[in-house]
Design a protein around this ligand. Sequence first.
Ligand code: UD1
Ligand code: CA
Length: 464
Amino acid sequence: MKKMAIVLAAGQGKRMKSKLYKVLHPVCGTPMVQHVLDMVQEAGCERSVVIVGHGAEMVQSVLGDKAEFVLQAEQLGTGHAVLQSRELLEGEAGTTIVICGDTPLVSKETVLAMLALHESSAAAATVLTAELPDPTGYGRVIRGEGGEVEKIVEHKDCNPQEAAVREINTGTYCFDNQKLFAALAKVTNSNAQGEYYLTDVIGILQQQGDIIQAYCTPDADEAIGVNDRVALAEAERSMRARIMKRHLLNGVTIIDPAATYIESSVVIGADSVIYPGTVLRGATSLGEDCVIGPHADITDTGIADGSIIHHSMLKGAQIGSRCTIGPYANLRPGSVLGDGCKIGDFVELKNATLGDGSKVSHLSYVGDAVVGKDVNIGCGAITVNYDGYNKFKTEIGDGAFIGSNVNLIAPVRVGDGAYVVAGSTITHDVPDSDLAIARERQVNKPGYADKIRSRAKAKKERQN
Ligand code: UD1
Ligand code: CA
């Protein structure tokens, strides 16, 4: 049967007390509504319609062309929100999943189980429910004597008996598409909040003799609907635990999952070991056998097999295999390392490519540079790439040796196999295999140290 999805994302989310629209708040690095949209698409929905209102443009630009969008200009309730997609979807035959943009933990597995129950029982509607120790704030699932679902009653409309029910509506449903739109036309706003509730569709269908099913998820965390920052923090905790479990089961060692932060988009190869205090974000991917942390902050970076990174910050970098980085290195965007490179303490790289086996072991800045293979850049050497207005490029050929405390004033090229003597300030290109020295010659004055010392001592005594 054809599957479609409607994602509700038009609300402002007043209880978040935020300038950011609710459904755009990230959970483990990904906006909530993005989690929801990705999930329904992975579950096989051919069309997905997102209902937007508050922050419509921003929500649309975050989700891009992966969905169709309908504007709900005024937020008159979840039923009214779904109704906005009537023109787009009314003609379709099939199953429509309706889901809220603020329930990022509903999983694909659960939705597929709900769909299977829905289709096998020829239901008009199936509600995804959960049993919560504290159901406050959620709509309650009211069942008849035979256990069949009769209706959903919103928290604010509950009588004491209904309020005591702990089975709640997660806000995710499967509907027979045609029956959904027919029933929506009958929903009114005579309730505590004066809103058109989507949940009333359940009672309407039940009244007209249709089959209503409920699929109760065993994982109550899936029900978390993020209305405020307390729930946001809970959602974050729960999703983080889920991400950790996925990596652990994939063969990654995470020494202390509670002290590690990994965003949902991150990929990690087997036998990599992650030490505490590590933050892995965005489009970061690690190969196998890497050792990361303690205390690595890595964003949008690719790291090949067997590299070791500790106490360092990497953003927008590409690291080859068997590299060692840190402690205290800062790799900024455009840092590209070949295999077997070494970047040591207090080294900053930016927009710099290093060939295989090159080393920058201590206290250097290498920016806007192309460095060949097996180059050694000594302690304190820097590329002088900026005149306050323009950036200039430094090139260093294969096998070159840059001594300690060298300034390479860009634009400049040091040839293959060249040798730059420590303390030099290089302003001209150095040809292949040449040695460059650019510093004052040393002069030793015999016995002069003692002379200076006694002169200084005498001066001090005169003053006393
Ligand atoms: C809703 C359900 C409740 C359920 C809970 C689960 C209704 C009436 N209630 O309550 O039974 O237990 O979710 O989390 O459906 N939205 C729109 N347009 C609107 C109103 C809301 O797009 O006019 C969107 C919101 O952006 C949000 C979602 O619908 O993403 C749910 O709305 P919200 O106000 O959070 O509903 P709840 O009170 O949480
Ligand atoms: Ca909600």
